[in-house]
Design a protein around this ligand. Structure first.
Ligand code: GLN
Length: 474
């Protein structure tokens, strides 16, 4: 096996036993990037010098026989919406094409404290708005499993980088499925943590009540390692919380699994459904008890999400005005309003402008009660649905997406069909719950992801149930 194919655990063991050095690993990943990034376009920028310098530091610690943390010397990729001091951070938008971050996100500081090697920043849908990474201002990322297809979005660059061995693991962000969908389409593991579990400080805001940062990895064990490294209350993010994780090692015998009937409806690819049903059967054979549950609020999830997310986006993205940040039409404008209009019109892509307009409309006087307030009420119903389900079952198993990765260009002309790709992932964000996508088989020769949804702060339960599937496959 090549060094770039090893998982975090294997790389850490090899480093400690001096089978290879961090510089050797880092060089191997840089070689992969050189070879593959032209076609896949997972990375927007590569930080070669700083990565090699960091690797050297870790090698020196190992030479001094110092004990090293699990992520020390191991190369990672970061979605280009998470800030690293002194490095460009574009959110894949023209309006931030030349923006350099003036501080680092808390998650970056945490990784740096462990001695992580950061290889570069990954491509995404502009401001994380999209499901295919086709909305990037800088080009489309291709799915390593089939370059004619999308990697999913919006953390498509991060998933593609992990799947094509261009990094050992990556960070993404998930507002409505943006970690889980690309993980499912590219065949990697992807975790969206409980809302508040990971600090959002230094993550450019899309929809603040939904956004969470999480890991994309090759294995469940790796997802836990990265999650443990980045979690925790942060005084710089008042929505972050300190909740001690319980051990929660589950036994497959007697494990109560809920399967929501609303997640298997017309429109779902029968081949994908077959893979998911067979996977659930495997758990049943192992001794788990399967129970059909109802998440009736699912029917409202899509409209509720697209009212709340766009409303928050319209307010969050007001800061990109051609004055405070990045791209500006100041010189060519007649007056202040003109600066705003020109800079935003030319600096932001079509989908981002569509969302800002939708959100502004939903929040405007006269429509606020009819749309925004109503959506908040329905959000509560969706939350209660899950609470009722978790009174009966330990975890919920569901598909991540109704289809496998679709062809590049297939859905770009019809925003509604693109929004439908998120039908199984957005409820989890609206309810603030943790969920993981885990490869469970193939349909049409492409990866299918199983979604494991848990109660609040039950990430360890999710890891344990995910590990069962990986063990069953062995
Ligand atoms: N596809 C969804 C959207 O466009 C989710 C994106 C995300 O999770 N960032 O809003």
């Amino acid at each position: 096996m090549k060094l770039s194919q090893l998982n975090i655990n294997q790389l850490h063991q090899g480093l400690v036993k001096k089978e290879f050095s961090s510089r050797e690993i880092t060089k191997e990943f840089l070689k992969q990037i050189e070879k593959k990034n032209k076609e896949i376009f997972a990375y927007l920028s590569v930080h070669k010098e700083s990565a090699l310098a960091q690797a050297k530091k870790v090698d020196a610690l190992i030479a001094e026989k110092k004990e090293i943390p699990l992520l020390a010397g191991i190369p990672a990729a970061i979605k280009d919406i998470i800030m690293i001091e002194g490095e460009k951070c574009t959110a894949a938008s023209k309006i931030l094409a030349d923006y350099t971050a003036s501080f680092s996100a808390t998650v970056i500081k945490k990784l740096e404290d462990q001695g992580a090697v950061i290889l570069g920043k990954t491509n995404m849908d502009e401001f994380a708005m999209g499901s295919s990474t086709e909305n990037s201002a800088f080009g489309v990322t291709r799915n390593p499993c089939d370059p004619e297809r999308v990697p999913g979005g919006s953390s498509g660059g991060s998933a593609a980088a992990v799947a094509s061995d261009m990094c050992a693991y990556a960070l993404g962000s998930d507002t409505g499925g943006s970690i889980r969908l690309p993980a499912s389409f590219c065949g990697t593991v992807g975790l969206k943590p409980t809302y508040g579990k990971v600090s959002r400080y230094g993550l450019m805001a899309y929809a603040s009540s939904l956004d969470q940062i999480g890991p994309l990895t090759k294995t469940v064990a790796d997802a836990k390692i990265v999650y443990d490294a980045i979690k925790g209350k942060d005084p710089l993010d008042s929505t972050s919380v300190e909740v001690k994780d319980k051990e929660e090692k589950m036994d497959i015998k007697g494990l109560k699994i809920g399967v929501p009937k609303e997640y298997f409806v017309k429109g779902m690819d029968p081949e994908v459904e077959k893979v998911i049903r067979e996977t659930i059967k495997k758990y049943e054979k192992g001794g788990a008890i399967i129970e059909e549950i109802s998440l009736a609020g699912t029917t409202y999830a899509l409209p509720v999400y697209y009212i709340i997310a766009t409303s928050e986006a319209s307010s969050n993205l007001a800061r990109y005005d051609g004055i405070k940040y990045g791209f500006s039409k100041m010189k060519d404008s007649q007056n202040l309003l003109d600066v705003y209009l020109q800079s935003r019109e030319q600096g932001m892509g079509e989908e981002v402008r569509r969302r800002i307009m939708l959100g502004t409309y939903a929040l405007s006087a006269g429509y606020y009660d009819a749309y925004y307030i109503k959506a908040q009420k329905l959000r509560n119903i969706i939350k209660q649905d899950f609470a009722q389900a978790f009174a009966k079952v330990d975890v919920i198993l569901a598909p991540v997406s109704p289809t496998v990765a679709f062809k590049i260009g297939d859905k770009t002309a019809d925003p509604m069909s693109m929004y439908l790709a998120d039908i199984y992932t957005i409820s989890v964000n609206l309810a603030g719950l943790p969920a993981m996508s885990l490869p469970c088989g193939e349909a049409h020769d492409l990866p299918v992801g199983l979604q494991i949804i848990g109660p609040e702060f039950a990430e360890n339960k999710i890891f344990s149930v995910g590990q069962m599937l990986e063990d069953l496959k062995k």
